[in-house]
Design a protein around this ligand. Sequence first.
Ligand code: SF4
Length: 389
Amino acid sequence: MSSSVYFGSARQARLVAEETLPAKLDLIIDRLHLRERVKGETVALKIHTGNHIGYSMIHPVFLRKVVQAIREGGGKPFAVDVDWDVAGAETRGYTTEVLGCPIYPSAGLSERHFYAHEHPFKNIKTWKVAGLIEEASFLVNFAHAKGHPACSYGGAFKNLALGCMVGETRGQMHDTVHFDRYWFAERCPDSDTRKRILEACPHNGIVEDKFDPTELHLHFDECNNCGRCLQVAPEGSLKIDAVNFDAFQEAMAISTSITMSTFAPEKMVHLVLATQITPVCDCFGFTSMPVLPDAGIFGSDDIVALDQAVLDVTAKTPLIEENVPTSMEIYSHEGHPLQWLHGTLKDPYKVVEYGAALGLGSREYELVDVLPVEKIAPASLGYISAKSN
Ligand code: SF4
């Protein structure tokens, strides 16, 4: 079954406020009937406030509109993020006064307030959902779309998957990439060859183990799957394989499904702002130049359809290659433009594929433009050529 994804394009016909993204968010809030759905609800607004000197997270103008709508509908909103991002959030403009609601660390000041869920997956047994999120009765998931070094793209899934778990679980999720073996030391006993493997990588994507020099570790965030190391490694000693990269994406889908299982299906709304799409996520604590043009704002009840739509819309525009940091390398133009940047094995669609398989939503969707960009009609006098000087 196809889901509705409401969309406000970043493009506009006229230079008027009504055609800009905050106004289009109002239209999306109306289409999602947010006000009508939150009466008496305790509403967790899951945001990411970034850290340090980042400035590309969702601007408070957007967040305040959501908070206002929740209040108008009779809900009790509070914003949540992980503890180390909430500490200092005011330096990036996120305060109670600005947002219109309190902002809390989702698992308490020391991340001791959580609910454990058993779900064995690779190295993870127990998933710890932040207490304030699980205790809320309604969830608004408002994510910023950007690149991500482990999976190419971070959007609605990532905002819940990483942002609703405590640090211990977040760390375990990142470690899932190491679960399936990729280095077979017995097939490369020679230290000179191991050295050459490390030297083949221009991205510090593969390093020696701190305690055992015969063991090599892949840095999955840095590795862009260029394959240079494989040309040096003896046959069968090293794998650069989708199974490792996909593990993180599957972990994100499982994590999201666990958090979502604590809410009734009709008690969740998902929003994505796809502007200032930087190469890496807002966790890095800084903002770099955008690598994709602003796409707009998206909203849906269906998280799968939503991230699928954001990926499909952003896939139509090429990477702004002149904005790519010089330390990054584009060696392939295969797949989504964010894959060009991060590596062909970091397929951003994987998370929606896993999410759909877990029953979180549909990859089929109808994109409903809430204010299509008007084509301005030519002058009515017939054809008059524009003056060229
Ligand atoms: S595939 Fe390329 S980026 Fe990845 S570790 Fe090997 S050489 Fe480095």
